[in-house]
Design a protein around this ligand. Structure first.
Ligand code: ATP
Ligand code: MG
Length: 443
C-alpha cells in the first residue's frame, strides 16, 4: 500500500521515536490512509507521558484529563494521546478506570471496530484484529465480543452504522446482531451525541442506506418514534394515482431530495410525520391528512428540542416541514408570493424547492420539476427583483388626503410610511379596503 505522509506528521513520528519512545498514527487516520480517503484528524498514540511530549514540542498544549497533547499545525490540531487500557465499564458510557500501558495492542483492544484499531509507526503496521482485511472486505466488525462492546458503550451502536454509512461498508453479521439485541441501550445516550451521529449519517454520500440500517437495527424507532408511526399508514385512495406507505415515502423523499445539507435531509425525512395524527377516511374511501403540515411542525419542534438542535437549525427544520405544502400556482399575486417568502425565509427558499423535488420523486412522479414549479420559481425571482416601495401600496397620498380631508403636507407622507412599514411586515395587509380603514386609525 502506497501512501504519503504529510511533513508535519513525519516530523512528529521522527521526533518522538528519536527521543526513545514508541509513536504510532492510530484510529480513523490509519483507516482513511489505507483507503485513500481525505484525513480530517490525525491521532497519535505513544508510551511517552504528556509531560515528556510537551518537552519535545514547545508549541504543544495539554488538552484534557486523558493526557492528550495538542500540537497546532497546518493540518489542524494533531493529537498525541498516551497509550492506555481500560478497566471495567461502570455504565454504558464510562469506563470506571483508565490506566497507562506501553503495549500498543492493549491500546488497540479498547477501540471499537477493527478498521479503527490499526496503528502505524515508521517501521510497521500493527493490526492485531485483522482490520486491514476488514477494510478490504468493506466490513465493520467489533473488536472482541460485540455484545460486550456495545454493552460497555452504547454510543458504539450508532457509530457502527455511521462509520459503515460514511465508508460504504457493510456491518458484519455477528456485530449487527449484537447491535439489534442491544438497540434499547441507545436510550442511555444523550440527545447531543445522538444528534451528532445522526447528522454524520445524514451528511454522508448515501444517507438513505444509513437510515434503513438504523431502522433494521431497531434504533431509529427509539430515536425518532414519530417517524416509525408513519409506517403502515397508506395514502391509497381514489384521488391518489399511486399508493405508498408514508414511511416508505419519507425514506424515498430523503433519497431523492437534491441537497447535501444534513438538516434539509432531516426535513425531507420528517416532512410527513404529521400524517398519522391527521389521517381520515372520507365516505368515498379517499384518505385525507388535513393540517398534517401544522401537526408536523409541532412534532419536529419537539424533535429539535430532544436532539438539542440550535435555535437556527430548529427554526429552519420547522419552517421546511410547516410550509412544505406550499402552492406553486404561478398566478398568485405579488403579495401572496411575498408572504410565502416571508414565511419560509428567503434563505430557505432553495431548500424548500429541493424538498418539493424530493417529495415528488419520492412519491413516484417521474419528473423532478413541473413546468408550474419552474414558473413559480420565476415569479419568486421577479418579485424579489421588484423593490417593494411606498408606490406599491394599494393606496396613495390622494386617498390619505381625501379620507382625512387634509391638505398636502408632511402628514400625508408620514401616514403612508407607517402603513408601508406594516405591509412590509405582513404583505397580506396590502389590501385597499383594509388600508383605507387603517388611515383613520393611524392618523
Ligand atoms: P471521524 O474522525 O471521521 O469521526 P474516527 O474513526 O477518527 O472517525 P473519532 O471519533 O475521531 O473517530 O475517534 C478516533 C478513534 O478513537 C477511533 O478511530 C476509535 O479507534 C476510537 N474511538 C472513538 N470512539 C470510540 C468509542 N466510543 N469506543 C471505542 N473506541 C472509540
Ligand atoms: Mg477522528
Amino acid at each position: 500500500m502506497e501512501y504519503q505522509l504529510p511533513e508535519k506528521v513525519q516530523q512528529i513520528l521522527e521526533t518522538v521515536s528519536q527521543a526513545g519512545f514508541q509513536i504510532y498514527i492510530v484510529g480513523g487516520a490509519v483507516r482513511d490512509l489505507l483507503m485513500g480517503r481525505e484525513i480530517n484528524d490525525w491521532d497519535f498514540t505513544t508510551d511517552a507521558k504528556p509531560e515528556e511530549i510537551l518537552k519535545l514540542f514547545p508549541d504543544g498544549f495539554y488538552d484534557n484529563k486523558f493526557g492528550t497533547v495538542g500540537i497546532p499545525s497546518d493540518l489542524g490540531v494533531l493529537e498525541i494521546t498516551t497509550m492506555r487500557k481500560e478497566g471495567i465499564y461502570k455504565d454504558a458510557r464510562h469506563p470506571s478506570e483508565v490506566s497507562w500501558t506501553n503495549k500498543i495492542e492493549e491500546d488497540l483492544a479498547r477501540r471499537d471496530f477493527t478498521v479503527n484499531a490499526l496503528a502505524l509507526s515508521r517501521e510497521k503496521m500493527v493490526d492485531p484484529f485483522n482490520g486491514c482485511q476488514d477494510i478490504e472486505k468493506k466490513n465493520i466488525r467489533a473488536v472482541g465480543n460485540p455484545d460486550q462492546r456495545f454493552k460497555e458503550d452504547a454510543l458504539r451502536l450508532m457509530r457502527a452504522i455511521r462509520i459503515a454509512t460514511q465508508l460504504g461498508f457493510e456491518i458484519e453479521e455477528k456485530t449487527f446482531q449484537a447491535i439489534r439485541e442491544n438497540a434499547e441501550l441507545i436510550k442511555e445516550i444523550s440527545g447531543e451525541r445522538i444528534r451528532d451521529e445522526l447528522f454524520k449519517i445524514l451528511a454522508s454520500p448515501n444517507p438513505y442506506i444509513g437510515i434503513v440500517k438504523l431502522r433494521e437495527a431497531g434504533i431509529l424507532q427509539i430515536i425518532l418514534p414519530e417517524l416509525e408511526r408513519t409506517f403502515g399508514i397508506s395514502q391509497e385512495g381514489p384521488k391518489h394515482a399511486r399508493s405508498y406507505d408514508i414511511g416508505e415515502h419519507s425514506f424515498l423523499t430523503l433519497k431523492e431530495t437534491p441537497t447535501q445539507d444534513p438538516l434539509v435531509r432531516l426535513a425531507a425525512l420528517l416532512h410527513d410525520i404529521g400524517k398519522p395524527d391527521t389521517v381520515e377516511v372520507e365516505p368515498d374511501g379517499n384518505v385525507t391528512f388535513y393540517n398534517h403540515d401544522v401537526a408536523g411542525g409541532k412534532l419536529v419542534w419537539e424533535i429539535s428540542q430532544r436532539l438539542h438542535l440550535s435555535k437556527k437549525q430548529s427554526d429552519k427544520l420547522y419552517k421546511l416541514v410547516r410550509w412544505h405544502l406550499f402552492s406553486v400556482d404561478e398566478k398568485q399575486t405579488d403579495a401572496a408570493i411575498r408572504r410565502f417568502i416571508k414565511k419560509v425565509g428567503l434563505e430557505n427558499i432553495e431548500d424548500m424547492m429541493a424538498l418539493r423535488v424530493g417529495d415528488r420523486l419520492g412519491g413516484g412522479t417521474q419528473k423532478a420539476v413541473s413546468w408550474r414549479m419552474e414558473k413559480f420559481t420565476e415569479r419568486i425571482h421577479q418579485v424579489l427583483q421588484k423593490p417593494f416601495t411606498v408606490s406599491d401600496l394599494k393606496i396613495s397620498g390622494n386617498d390619505v388626503m381625501q379620507t382625512l380631508k387634509i391638505q398636502p403636507g408632511p402628514k400625508v407622507g408620514e401616514i403612508l410610511d407607517t402603513l408601508f412599514a406594516e405591509v412590509l411586515e405582513d404583505a397580506s395587509k396590502n389590501n385597499r379596503e383594509y388600508l383605507l380603514k387603517r388611515i383613520k386609525e393611524v392618523a
